[in-house]
Design a protein around this ligand. Structure first.
Ligand code: IMP
Length: 425
């Protein structure tokens, strides 16, 4: 049987509107799986008149009958997860047997968050992280010094491991940051209590997802962050600490690569970035500020203002290649409605030469100047349009140019936050 799987991944630097698209596609999904990242994500879903911002729980949770899985590749802050569950329940959303947390997922510990904050505070070259402990937790995972969800249920092993780890962390905290020591016993007690609270959700997510795929269920993988923040293929070192594109699915969920089906890339009609790092098409001041205000471009997790700029085809082509994107969803087209002119970066100029591939290092990328193609603006309200044919001619020309340049068909256009403000083609 051909797997009925698909995934949603960001084509840019995150915040492309994946939450909205996953929520829409979840109506047709039996299982929605987060496979990487952690509480650094902020997926916004507007359900009727209510707005939900999800950080760890997949955006499918608002649909009855959809099971949401937090797979092994996610780093989980249990305090944040329980808060999210409580908040959803308070607002009438069912969270029970429809949520499964992988016993193999790594736990974000208090020292991870502390190290993330201290490292950002004291480092000369800041990344501008969300300070959710993501980098330090993945570092420990790779160094084989992590604590997995399953470890919390083996009290003696957890105590022994935590004791050794906290001893080591305390030496680093004192030597590098002159920070006071942490108490392993206290952390142990707190995390044993948290473990008890999350126990009903914990299970073998790997087998669950594979059996769902093999049983013909519709499984949707929900990427967090975006392809240009990918640890291997993004603008390193200004990236997150996981494979935030489709490459992350097999390892992050324990699913064979051949079973990852349709890859849907999400891109904004323009571009944004939060945190530090090169951004060739950034519009500083004037128009950039205008787009930020119209598009309400403020971080869903940290509230930071997002940097705004034009659509970057060089960076997007790279993302299309890495992910093998089959279809594109273009979001926030309506944000550009009032502009006289819309630009797209078609190549970069570097040291007097045109290049059309993204350089490997951030310093070189920072020296690239965008080469633009300008399009007349459509100066019309697209937020009420529901059929592709109904879009203004200039908007369709703009979208057609993106399609042709990326060699991918645009199948979804989003023209507002609400579910209804979506054009399916
Ligand atoms: P970290 O993932 O918190 O370590 O942050 C690393 C970089 O990724 C920073 O530039 C963050 O602003 C960025 N980042 C992390 N998560 C998101 C997200 O969900 N949307 C947009 N940027 C993100």
């Amino acid at each position: 049987m051909k797997p009925r799987t698909s995934c949603v991944v960001g084509v840019q630097w995150g915040d492309e509107g994946k939450g909205k698209i996953v929520d829409l596609l979840s109506k047709e999904a039996d299982v929605v799986v987060r496979f990487q990242g952690g509480g650094n994500a902020g997926h916004t879903v507007v359900n009727g008149r209510e707005k939900f911002v999800l950080h760890l729980i997949p955006s499918g949770i608002l649909h009855r009958g959809t099971t949401c899985v937090i797979a092994n590749g996610v780093v989980v802050d249990l305090v944040q997860l329980l808060e999210e569950i409580r908040d959803l329940r308070k607002r009438g959303v069912e969270v029970g047997r429809n949520l499964l947390l992988s016993e193999r997922a790594h736990v974000v510990m208090p020292y991870h968050k502390q190290m993330d904050a201290l490292s950002e505070k004291t480092s000369a070259k800041k990344i501008g992280t969300t300070q959710r402990g993501i980098g330090p937790c993945y570092s420990d995972k790779a160094a084989r010094k992590g604590i997995r969800v399953a470890d919390l249920y083996n009290p003696a092993f957890f105590m022994e491991r935590l004791g050794a780890l906290v001893g080591e962390k305390n030496r680093v905290l004192r030597a590098l940051y002159d920070a006071p020591p942490l108490e392993a016993d206290r952390i142990w007690m707190e995390y044993r209590r948290l473990a008890e609270e999350v126990e009903p959700f914990v299970g073998d997510a790997t087998t669950y997802v594979n059996e769902a795929i093999d049983g013909g269920k519709r499984v949707l993988f929900e990427g967090a962050q975006g392809s240009l923040l990918d640890i291997d293929f993004g603008t390193y070192p200004y990236v997150t600490s996981s494979n935030s594109d489709a490459c992350g699915i097999p390892a992050g969920a324990g699913v064979p690569p051949k079973k990852v089906g349709t890859i849907i890339g999400i891109a904004k009609a323009y571009c944004t970035r939060v945190g530090e790092g090169p951004f060739p098409t950034e519009l500083v001041g004037g128009l950039g500020d205008k787009i930020r205000e119209i598009g309400k471009e403020y971080g869903a997790t940290t509230g930071r203002p997002r940097r705004c700029g034009w659509f970057d085809l060089v960076a997007s082509r790279h993302a299309v290649m890495i992910n093998g994107i089959d279809e594109l969803a273009i979001t926030k087209l309506d944000v550009l409605d009032g502009l006289d002119e819309v630009k797209v970066c078609t190549s970069y100029e570097l040291d007097g030469q045109r290049i059309d591939r993204i350089p490997v290092d951030a310093e070189t990328l920072a020296r690239c100047r965008p080469v633009y193609k300008a399009f007349p603006g459509w100066r019309a309200d697209t937020s009420k349009v529901r059929r592709y044919e109904g879009l203004p001619k200039a908007a369709k020309e703009y979208l057609r140019f993106l399609e042709r340049s990326l060699k991918v068909r645009v199948t979804i256009v989003s023209v507002g936050t609400e579910r209804v403000k979506t054009i399916f083609r």
